[in-house]
Design a protein around this ligand. Structure first.
Ligand SMILES: O=C(O)[C@H]1O[C@H](OP(=O)(O)OP(=O)(O)OC[C@H]2O[C@@H](n3ccc(=O)[nH]c3=O)[C@H](O)[C@@H]2O)[C@H](O)[C@@H](O)[C@@H]1O
Length: 451
């Protein structure tokens, strides 16, 4: 980290001896008129020196500000873990518009036309594929940032490409791009899944969470409220909004005002922002609180994923435990159940009521838990992985760090069951079996994995 040490001021006692040693700059000042010729000469050089020092330090500082720190597990010697940074994108043109239109065109009766943000992400890929399969129009949007291995995102993109889904490369903060997409296609729905995910990384790179989860969400809503017709929006909130709550299972009626991480706080902020846009502009909004979604094509920054990698590579894994040997547990939810919940939310979303930025009447505003309702201790997760991989894990039991993790999550899903017919069917054992099968096919035995 760069430390900028303040330069001593010329009036400070310690600066006087520097004055005596400093070289003069002949011809710059009328030395003979001054009672302090050496000091004036020094002052001239010192001012220049100070100016240029601060100028260059400033440039270096700006460079550091623009370069967020690396993701978890970043190894500077390995090119497989680059920093999360955003690129400039080029878009537009007749051929590009044709691809956009074709990807978003509806091919079934009563089908919907959906803009899926974060389409190269874990949940985004699965939701996009499922929508396309049933004949809906789907257009993806993704900035392909390198928070985790971008080649996995490219592989997901290739998968969707084969299914007929085009992913536009761009950022949700790009107002002009979003405007253009709505100019080309009158989307009936937006499935907003683009986000900076991960609980622990928020301490390393807080601004990426503000950029994606707050500024990006607002930009999406700004564009949606302005277009005519306004789409209905379903978006990804998180179980982490329940924060330090101790009453289980977590119900949508429970308080969500004690987040344990900046990530959780940005998701909670998103729920409040959703309320505002619903209230002012008549946007139909549904937030889905995902509970530790896992499965094939998952996220390498999540424990089940990097435990699998590390167990296969013979590396030790850290298993968190709470105070007094307390169990840390998660309501792990299989991706197929999450996808069913997303599609059910889209299918039951009512139309937005406003148009062109004006509200015409009250609109739907919903929040649902999408969990499995059966929390599993992390130690059990590891036991299942050991059995499936047929490798013994090298386990370190460590104290739950204070970096945003909560001790347990457990979803009450009765509201989602009642309102959108959500009913998870995959237990952790079955889901992990499918994940491990995919993992071994994708990375081989993991020994040369670039995750
Ligand atoms: O459902 C959610 O709300 C959140 O689920 C996950 O967050 P988390 O449940 O913390 O998932 P992991 O990071 O995969 O951790 C799973 C469990 O393993 C534990 N863990 C994690 C890392 C580790 O080294 N050791 C360890 O025991 C964690 O404490 C946690 O209990 C996602 O990372 C979030 O993006 C998502 O919003």
């Amino acid at each position: 980290m760069l430390l900028v040490k303040p330069m001593p001021s010329s009036s400070s006692p310690s600066s006087s001896h520097i004055t005596d040693d400093a070289p003069s700059t002949p011809g710059k000042f009328k030395i003979e008129k001054s009672p302090y010729p050496h000091r004036i000469k020094w002052h001239s050089s010192f001012t220049k020196l100070t100016f240029w020092s601060f100028f260059f330090l400033g440039i270096i500082f700006i460079f550091f500000l623009r370069s967020p720190p690396p993701p978890p597990g970043y190894d500077p010697s390995s090119s497989s873990h680059p920093r999360r940074h955003l690129r400039n994108f080029s878009w537009g043109g007749a051929a590009w518009e044709k691809r956009v239109r074709s990807s978003a065109s509806v091919r079934s009766r009563n089908g919907i036309s959906v803009l899926v943000t974060g389409a190269a992400g874990f949940v985004g890929t699965h939701v996009s594929a499922a929508l396309k399969r049933r004949g809906d129009g789907v257009l993806g949007l993704d900035n392909f940032n390198d928070y985790y291995d971008p080649s996995l995102k490219r592989a997901r993109q290739a998968l969707l490409e084969r299914a007929g889904v085009f992913i536009v490369e761009g950022d949700i903060n790009d107002n002009a791009l979003l405007g253009k997409l709505f100019e080309v296609v009158a989307f009936t729905h937006v499935m907003h899944l683009a986000a900076q995910a991960g609980v622990r990384y928020a301490m390393e790179n807080p601004s990426s969470y503000v950029h994606s989860n707050i500024a990006g969400l607002v930009n999406i809503l700004e564009v949606c409220k302005s277009v005519n017709p306004q789409p209905a929006i379903v978006w990804a909130s998180s179980s982490s909004v329940y924060g330090l709550n101790t009453k289980v299972p977590f119900s949508e009626k429970d308080r969500t005002d004690q987040p344990a991480s900046l990530y959780a706080a940005t998701k909670k902020a998103g729920e409040e922002i959703a309320h505002t846009y619903n209230h002012i502009y008549g946007l139909s909004l549904t937030g889905l609180r995902f509970f530790t979604a896992y499965g094939p094509w998952g996220r390498p920054d999540m424990a089940y994923f990097f435990f699998t990698r590390d167990i296969l590579m013979g590396k030790p894994i850290s298993i968190f435990e709470a105070a007094n040997h307390g169990t840390v547990a998660r309501d792990f939810t299989y991706i197929d159940d999450i996808v069913k919940g997303c599609l059910a939310a889209l299918d039951t979303a009512e139309k937005s009521t406003g148009s062109g930025g004006k509200k015409k009447g009250p609109a739907q505003l919903r929040v649902f838990n999408l969990g499995n309702t059966s929390p599993v201790p992390v130690t059990d997760l590891v036991n299942i992985l050991e059995r499936l991989l047929k490798v013994k894990a090298r386990k370190n039991i460590v104290k739950l760090p204070r970096n945003g993790d909560v001790q347990f999550t457990h979803a009450n899903i009765s509201l989602a069951q009642r309102e959108i017919g959500y009913k998870p069917t995959t237990d952790l054992q079955t889901g992990l079996k499918k994940f491990v099968r995919w993992y071994l096919r994708y990375y081989g035995d993991g020994k040369k994995s670039s995750v």
